[in-house]
Design a binder for this molecule. Structure first.
Ligand SMILES: Nc1ncnc2c1ncn2[C@@H]1O[C@H](COP(=O)(O)OP(=O)(O)OP(=O)(O)O)[C@@H](O)[C@H]1O
Ligand SMILES: [Mg+2]
Length: 326
């Protein structure tokens, strides 16, 4: 049983803490984050702006700037602790094994080169293939992301593609090296709502057809509700709730998650509920639970003591005093 768990777990992050140091202060931005992702699963990470989603992902690939202080028990990927790898070994993991689709990906295409040249460059950087072979692989990658007539469109420039199509090209680049894990940081923010949903469907298709594990980061719970197998809700640098997606969407527990879900537009209602107030800035020193100033259910203990993530049956974790019977 434990052996199975070992081979099935692709990524395991244990007690991750991140702070940024400047000349006169050290600000903590991520606290005690732990999660794991099984092979072939799709994890959605959700939370408001500034809650630490991007820095968490960047720390997995050790891509944070030098003033970042990263501390974790381990960040295991396929049984290897990424924290112990040399820069050279990390290079092989990045791109080859883990592909990152960064936030604001549309700026990562160069307008001066054809999409084919750009995908082929990535392929030739990571695989020992000649130009002809790389071109065939690039066409195949474009086909996998449902770009019609890939053998013709490969020679076009980014401006000849729509925003959604450019995003597909970027996903094709990520796929072209057959990574075990794709990390996509807000991959659809620049796109309109229908295209966002199509791109989400594409990620699901990739996961199902190729068995790729995927982490999708977004502000928008609705976007991942149809595709995620696991959900993590972050608030102010910490995990507020985490659960298998079916459990989470049928029985959200944390008042913040409930607020996020209530603020989603529903077909039969035109009034949107919003969570009152703003997420705290990293400089705000809030006692107890960081969410208590915005929480409609807060009581004395919430103001005094910080809750920790506690798990119940079925892997449903929630960090909230409402669920602690002590
Ligand atoms: N290089 C840096 N130096 C100092 N602080 C940083 C740095 N990068 C991020 N931060 C801070 O870390 C916190 C978390 O940032 P992060 O980018 O992870 O948020 P996010 O959840 O991805 O937000 P968004 O949804 O807006 O992308 C923020 O308060 C941010 O200002
Ligand atoms: Mg971000």
């Amino acid at each position: 049983m434990s052996y199975n768990k070992f081979i099935m777990t692709m990524l395991e992050v244990k007690n991750l803490n991140i702070a940024f140091a400047s000349d006169d202060e050290v600000l903590s931005v991520v606290k005690n984050v732990s999660f794991s992702l099984s092979k072939g699963k799709l994890l959605g990470i959700v939370g408001e702006s500034g809650c630490g989603k991007s820095v968490t992902l960047m720390s997995v690939l050790r891509l944070l700037p030098k003033n970042a202080l990263v501390n974790a028990e381990y960040i295991n990927f396929n049984g290897q602790n990424l924290l112990n790898l040399t820069e050279e070994n990390l290079q092989t993991v990045r791109g080859n094994k883990i592909a990152l689709i960064p936030q604001d990906p549309l700026t990562s295409l160069n307008p001066l080169y054809t999409v084919g040249d750009q995908i082929m460059e990535v392929i030739m950087l990571h695989q020992k293939v000649d130009k002809k072979h790389a071109r065939a692989l690039a066409i195949e990658a474009l086909r996998q992301v449902n770009i019609p007539e890939p053998d013709r469109r490969i020679d076009e420039y980014p401006h000849q593609f729509s925003g959604g199509m450019c995003q597909r090209v970027i996903i094709a680049m990520a796929l072209s090296c057959h990574p075990d894990l794709i990390i996509a940081d807000e991959p659809t923010t620049a796109l309109d709502v229908t295209v966002q949903a199509q791109i989400m469907k594409l990620f699901k298709e990739i996961q199902q057809k190729m068995g790729t594990s995927i982490i999708l980061v977004t502000h928008d719970l609705a976007l991942i509700s149809e595709v995620a197998d696991e959900v993590i809700v972050m608030y102010s640098g910490e995990i507020a709730e985490q659960a298998p997606a079916d459990v989470f969407f049928s029985n959200p527990k944390h008042p913040y998650s409930k607020g996020l879900l209530a603020s989603l537009p529903k077909a039969d209602e035109d009034r949107l509920c919003v969570i009152e107030g703003q997420p705290p800035s990293i400089r705000d020193r809030i006692s107890g639970c960081k969410f208590h100033p915005r929480c409609p259910f807060a009581f004395d203990r919430c103001k005094a003591e910080a809750p920790v993530l506690e798990f119940s049956d079925g892997g449903h974790g929630v960090s909230c005093w409402l669920y602690v019977k002590r």
